[in-house]
Design a protein around this ligand. Structure first.
Ligand code: GRF
Length: 189
């Protein structure tokens, strides 16, 4: 029998991508189990989503640790104990450090709301919008020590008609994200 793969999702905010992965699993389209939501923001909406779907939460306050290594050691221990085979960053607003990268080599992925390597870092959609690009898109990539610099796994794009508002562009991008991310996770698993 095919073994159910265990994944952990990292989020710091709204968690709509986390929700899309939950939905895909609950609807039987993604054969995986989310064994942890890891967050550096205990009050973020992603935590509420986790509670609503019985996903265990590992919340930490980075300020209570002396270094990134310190809190990442705790996270790595927690995830290894739960036999996590893939770490999925979904709006996790921190750079991943050495400890997690070594604990999960080539097994940490991220989604970015722009066509990398353009518009890396925070506010990717706004950056692209302000630059005036005509083609917007989404990137899923492996995570390395840099900011949105890891090997690209998948990209999807659309052409703006020039009449959309920023909010409409954001909505289109999130719709693509919610469909692309579970699909890439399925393929990797
Ligand atoms: C997404 O746009 C994702 O690409 C970026 O952060 C945002 C997270 O949104 N990394 P949400 O928390 O999943 O709603």
């Amino acid at each position: 029998m095919k073994k159910m793969k265990k994944i952990a999702v990292f989020a710091s905010g709204n968690g709509s991508n986390f929700q899309a992965i939950i939905d895909e699993i609950e609807q039987g389209r993604l054969f995986a189990e989310i064994v942890a939501l890891v967050t550096d923001k205990p009050d973020c909406f992603a935590v509420e989503r986790a509670h609503n779907h019985n996903v265990p939460v590992f919340a930490f306050d980075p300020k209570k640790y002396t270094s990134k290594d310190e809190y990442e050691k705790e996270i790595a221990f927690y995830l290894i104990e739960k036999s996590v085979s893939l770490v999925v960053l979904a709006g996790y607003m921190r750079l991943v450090g050495d400890v997690l990268l070594k604990a999960f080599p080539n097994r940490i992925i991220n989604i970015h709301p722009a066509l990398l390597p353009a518009f890396a870092g925070k506010n990717g959609i706004l950056q692209a919008w302000q630059y005036g690009v005509k083609i917007f898109g989404v990137t899923v990539h492996y995570v390395d020590a840099g900011m949105d610099t890891g090997k690209i796994i998948a990209q999807e794009c659309f052409k703006a008609n020039g009449k959309e508002t920023l909010t409409e562009i954001e909505q289109k991008i999130h719709t693509i994200e919610h469909q692309l991310y579970p699909q890439v996770i399925r393929e990797i698993l």
